[in-house]
Design a protein around this ligand. Structure first.
Ligand code: OGA
Ligand code: MN
Length: 270
């Protein structure tokens, strides 16, 4: 099956034009997995998938993680829809999902259900391509570095209230150390960075943080970034193993709601 993909930026994101019936077939799933690996983000405009259709498509792309309601997780800051909404403010800073796990999630699908009138667009940065284009000297400098990732670090940076309850929850999730440069089974390399990256192992804290910030800035420069301006019913998929993402801040009471399905990780950090 040949699927037509239009590049939205040179180094990241393609738009795919398929009907729902064409999309939800094993052949399309297999082809789109390949495209996702190559392009980092796939965009389907105004597809308007139902929850059942989103799950059916996701199952053709990988193994659906059981979160939310049977694999459909409502992303919303509205406490009525999602009691832990506050934590989602962590998504306003550049991040990867699952850096506290040994094997991070492979990919996530998001459908725009309700949009905010201000903010709430989503940005993605290709960390495979950003690594590839680093100056050789920098590649050499970072080749063997290891970075400690911490929930508390990301939550503090996101300005989430440091109540006793929050602090004890954040601290209940153990820190994880990963190679700064992830060499994938495919041989490709990506950078493991984001707001959760606390410091570089064996390096003075400030020096390590400065290096991490420099790499985040490099990776999120415009040429590696795709910014999605949402319409209701849009579907996005991103490859979490080599793409950083963030949501543009939006008001707590905006009513923004996204329907997310996450695919289980297939490769451990290394
Ligand atoms: C996520 C996330 C961004 C958004 O689902 O992991 O960061 O725009 N979402 O809601
Ligand atoms: Mn996220």
């Amino acid at each position: 099956m040949r699927i037509e993909a239009v590049n939205l930026k040179d180094h990241i994101a393609s738009e795919i034009n398929l009907t729902v019936d064409q999309l939800i077939t094993p052949a399309a799933g297999a082809e789109l997995r390949k495209l996702l690996r190559q392009r980092g983000v796939l965009v389907f405009k105004k597809l308007q998938l139902s929850s059942e259709q989103q799950l059916a498509f996701a199952s053709n792309m990988g193994v659906v993680r059981q979160e939310g309601e049977k694999g459909i997780f409502k992303i919303s800051l509205d406490k009525k829809a999602n009691a832990r909404g506050d934590y989602l403010k962590g998504s306003f800073l550049w991040h990867m999902d699952g850096t506290q796990d040994r094997t991070p999630v492979f990919a996530s699908l998001l459908t725009g259900v309700k949009l905010s009138t201000v903010g709430g667009q989503t940005e993605f940065a290709n960390s495979y391509e950003a690594y590839e284009q680093l100056p050789p000297k920098t590649k050499e400098r970072i080749a063997t570095l290891r970075v400690v990732h911490s929930v508390e670090t990301s939550m503090r940076r996101a300005g989430i209230e440091e109540t006793d309850e929050n602090l004890s929850y954040w601290r209940s999730i153990p820190d994880r150390t990963h190679n700064l440069v992830w060499t994938h089974e495919s041989g490709r390399k990506s950078l493991v960075i984001g707001c959760h990256a606390s410091h570089v192992e064996g390096m003075p804290k400030e020096e390590g943080q400065a290096l991490i910030n420099e790499l985040i800035e490099w990776t999120t420069q415009p040429k590696f970034v795709y910014r999605h301006e949402w319409s209701v019913g849009d579907l996005l998929i991103w490859d979490n193993t080599g793409v950083l993402h963030r949501a543009e801040p939006y008001p707590l009471e905006s009513g923004r709601e996204m329907s997310r399905t996450t695919l289980v990780g297939e490769e451990a950090f290394s």
